[in-house]
Write a protein that binds this ligand. Sequence first.
Ligand code: F6R
Length: 365
Amino acid sequence: EKGGYEHFMAKEIMEQPKAFRETVFPRIHEGRVALDELTVTREYLEGLDKVCIIACGSSYHVGMAAKYTLERLLRKNVEVTLASEFRYCDPIVTHRTLALVISQSGETIDTLAALREARRLGARVLSIVNVVGSTIARESDDVLYTWAGPEIAVATTKAYSTQLALVYLIGLCFADLLGTIGRAEYDEIVAELLRIPAKLESILEHREDVQYFASIYFNHPSIFFIGRNIDYAVGMEGSLKLKEISYIHSEAYAAGELKHGTISLIEPGTLVVALASYGKLYEKLMSNVVEVKSRGADVLGLTTRTHAEAMAKTVDHVIAVPDTHPMLLPTLDVVPMQLFAYYVALMRGCDIDKPRNLAKSVTVE
Ligand code: F6R
């Protein structure tokens, strides 16, 4: 049942090219995104004043990446709120709010309760769900399913990447309806989406490199993930993966925030995972890398092939992912982060598929 792998998590990491393909390809016809399941109209979108993303855990991290993507594509405000906070923050939600609810299981109690509250306040609910017929799917106005297949490991992997895939499709579809994207960029992103599965395969083929880096760092007591923009969103996910399955304390930081406090924790031997895939901010991120290096940190870098050679001059090790449209980078970047957490946990002898104290579906508050 584990398909020859030692753990479900390894199997599910390896299934990502297929899961991405099955989620995306049937929804692209002749170069156009077709979300036939959706009943949202152009008039509705034009009247929308904001999108409110609601989710927990890794699904919330998809929401963090989605905010950058959707605000850019739609030129609408996008808020991301933890489902467990939503009901208690007196949210500003009206009939002009689209609630975008993200959940693998479709049963997370906080997410469900937030969905109900958003509906009560007048929002329309579009959900991204993996489990067909789950409660969140049933209670939404529109549902887009991630076709990731059953996810068994407690730590999510293929659900995260397929949720992201649907965010891109939603962004393209809505931007097209709103007229906020030019034809050339639309075509370029669609073409790149179709190339993602092959790029994921190539990252997975090099998984032994990540295993090697994990063998160097698996005993570090504390790890920082730094990034800017989408790299920060992926850093949050990388940090959560590592914490939940390897029990190493880690934190994700927006790199520009380091000097507002956190940098005092950096000392010789601290591991910093520096995510520098977003080309536009590469130089900015590298100036933060220099700061942590000069305080003695070990730095494991993640960037695109374009910048790999340059980054290697400053950091200790570099993981390079294939280049793609900048918006789509998180789908590629997250895979080495998942692999790093997996191999670190493996070397520490942790119970990878069932980490202590955690449940796959959180149905209590
Ligand atoms: C992390 C993880 C959790 C879930 C969270 C939300 O690897 O799996 O953080 O992402 O519990 O679960 P869903 O997406 O089922 O609502």
